[in-house]
Ligand binder design. Structure first.
Ligand SMILES: Cc1ncc(COP(=O)(O)O)c(C=O)c1O
Length: 351
């Protein structure tokens, strides 16, 4: 039976119904299993992972593998490419992904071509002869949006693999596998788990052979999650649609208010989601002071939790110089929108 995502988030990944069977999946701590079954050892599979993986599969489609972090999931994708494989990726995106791609390029592990993913024609030209098109849309933190349908169709026509980091949009906004992508990736750390208490990642694919290669990569590299993290992430996932919809509604209201604020020079928002990036009309130091002046919004990195968080992205030395010094990335939580707004205006009054 296929449900709306709001329902699947609640019903998926539960044990089979039987008298006295638990409603929730068990938390299995075991490094090994009695011989004779298909799993055999704790690095190859775990019931607590499987429950979470089944739930993500219901939301994104395909078959899912969970990883110890979003970066571990991304690393698994690159690990299955041959040495020197040409990869096309956005010239702006999550700093960890950019750092990894730059490292692979510098060592000759991959040949990375960076493009402006908002320029569909440029990307379509660049992907000729590539092994993989890596897409992140909207991008972190500038919220650039790619025309996923067109780019995936163009890549498929040329037989090029496509992987999409769907962390910011989430399956409530877009399903890249349904558009023809080969892999959809999540930092489960963010919206899917949603309580800033877990680091995890996932990859989902419709292709059984690709699933097997990614599974082997996870097993051989040992980039597996802990059972408790998987259990916590699934518990968080139950309320993912509720949290995301609430945060998105507040984000839209905050975008309106921020756009009219005299101390804000630019607001970036793709029209959906719970991340808003805006630029302070002032210096980097003043912008930093704004972030440090909030009393309710946490001054912290990361995103996608019930708690509103913000930070000046350029405070990180690895952040791309193309990200403006005055850009604040706000992850809108589930608090009352007026309380978030009051804290923003109070912090802006500090400069
Ligand atoms: C868009 C995006 N992709 C991937 C990652 C990496 O995920 P993790 O921190 O779980 O390794 C992040 C982390 O912020 C992210 O924002």
């Amino acid at each position: 039976m296929s449900f709306h995502p709001e329902t699947s988030a609640i019903t998926a990944g539960r044990p089979e119904v039987a008298p006295d069977a638990p409603l929730n999946p068990p938390l299995v701590f075991s490094s090994t299993y009695h011989a004779g079954g298909p799993v055999g050892y704790g690095r190859y599979g775990n019931e607590s992972w499987s429950a979470l993986e089944a739930a993500i599969s219901e939301l994104e489609g395909g078959q899912t593998l969970s990883f110890s972090s979003g970066m571990a999931a991304i690393s698994a994708v690159f690990s299955i490419l041959p040495i020197g494989a040409p990869v096309v990726a956005s010239n702006q995106g999550y700093s960890g992904t950019m750092g990894l791609l730059n490292q692979h390029h510098a060592t000759g592990r991959l040949e990375v071509r960076f493009v402006d993913i908002t320029n569909t024609a440029e990307v379509v030209t660049a992907i000729k002869g590539a092994a993989l098109l890596w897409l992140e849309s909207p991008t972190n933190p500038c919220l650039d949006v790619a025309d996923l349908e067109k780019l995936i169709a163009a890549a498929k026509k040329l037989g090029i693999g496509v992987a999409v980091d769907n962390t910011f949009a989430t399956p409530l906004v877009q399903n890249p596998l349904a558009m023809g992508a080969d892999i959809v990736m999540h930092s489960v750390t963010k919206f899917l788990s949603g309580h800033s208490d877990v680091l995890m990642g996932s990859l989902s694919t419709n292709d059984p052979a690709l699933y097997k290669r990614l599974h082997d990569s996870r097993s051989f590299n040992g980039s597996i999650p802990g059972p408790f993290e998987a259990w916590l992430a699934l518990r968080g996932l139950r309320t993912f649609p509720l949290r995301f919809n609430k945060s998105q509604e507040s984000a839209k209201e905050l975008v309106k208010r921020l756009s009219e604020h005299p101390k804000i020079s630019r607001v970036r928002y793709p029209g959906f989601g719970a991340i808003v990036s805006f630029e302070v009309d002032g210096t980097a130091e003043q912008t930093q002071k704004v972030c440090e002046s909030s009393t309710m919004i946490a001054h912290a990195t990361s995103l996608g939790g019930v708690e509103s968080l913000w930070e000046r992205r350029r405070r990180w030395p690895i952040e791309s110089p193309t990200v403006p010094e005055q850009l604040i990335r706000l992850s809108v939580g589930c608090e009352h929108v007026d309380d978030i707004w009051d804290d923003i205006t109070r912090a802006l009054n500090a400069i």
